[in-house]
Ligand binder design. Structure first.
Ligand code: UDP
Length: 258
């Protein structure tokens, strides 16, 4: 899908990835309108971790270029401030935005869940049906070796929306390579199904408001996340500072003009 499939929306490039500058309601309007007008889009939630991966991976950058990329977390906000002197209107992570979207979908929109562990995705289907009256038309866990199994199941279920919970960048690759074959709205939601089923807990509101959710997440999955929230955060900030210097140097401006 090319960016021309997306309406003209303000974006800023961070590490070569165009991140949209939108409030939550603007983002939801764009997503729902795309679905209503049969021009479904792929939605990615870019946290510092995904942007760092994109910085090193031209294929991922190209794939994200065709998606609606929303800002997830304090790291991306810092990057926007340092690089452009601007702020995002709101933090738009998948765990908060997805339930809002489910509530706003037209009645009986068929939603497919792809990804996470088998027990989690089945339980998530029950929970989403009860909590948001979602029409869950099928599920497929994220540990099958053949990604086409999910594509076939999505087509058979006549899904219109797919929540893709494979972690990044696997979910962004899958959405970019496979979803056009299905003609659906796809969102890369990471650990959202884990949160809905209670496999992973969210921190108290005050910690979320203080933008310190990452501190709590380390305590939940220390072996997987400690590196991401220590070494990689420092690396991310250093890369932002490096790009800032490059933009403001005469050499940087010259390169951008060429
Ligand atoms: N996951 C999956 N298949 C894989 C790897 C991961 O379905 O091959 C799922 C995993 O079970 C979890 C989610 O992807 O539900 C990981 O999401 P999270 O946001 O925690 O990871 P991140 O995107 O932050 O790396």
């Amino acid at each position: 899908m090319s960016q021309s499939a997306l309406p003209q929306i303000p974006r800023r490039e961070i590490f070569g990835v165009p991140v949209a500058i939108l409030s939550k309601s603007e983002a939801l309007d764009i997503i729902v309108d795309g679905l209503r007008n049969s021009r479904p889009i792929n939605v990615a939630f870019a946290n510092a971790n995904l942007l760092l991966k994109a910085r090193r991976d031209p294929l991922l950058r190209r794939q994200l270029d065709g998606m609606l990329v929303l800002n997830d977390g304090i790291g991306v906000d810092i990057a926007l401030r340092v690089l452009y002197g601007e702020r995002f209107p709101e933090n738009l992570n998948g765990t908060d935005l997805t339930p809002e979207l489910l509530k706003r979908l037209p009645n009986r929109t068929p939603v497919f869940l792809y990804g996470s562990r088998p027990a989690v995705v089945s339980r998530a289907a029950e929970i989403l049906r009860q909590k948001y009256q979602s029409e869950i038309c099928g599920v497929c866990d994220g540990y099958c070796d053949n990604p086409d199994v999910a594509v076939d199941a999505i087509k058979r279920a006549h899904a219109k929306v797919v929540l893709v919970a494979l972690g990044n960048p696997k979910q962004e690759h899958w959405m970019s390579e496979k979803v056009s074959a299905c003609g659906v709205l796809a969102l890369g939601v990471g650990g959202y199904l884990d949160v809905e089923t209670g496999r992973v807990n969210r921190p108290p509101r005050w910690l979320q408001k203080a933008k310190c959710e990452w501190l709590f997440r380390i305590t939940q999955e220390p072996s997987r996340l400690w590196r991401r929230y220590t070494i990689e955060v420092l690396y991310f900030l250093a890369a932002v500072a490096f790009d800032r210097v490059k933009i403001s140097s005469p050499w940087g401006s010259l390169r951008r003009e060429l």
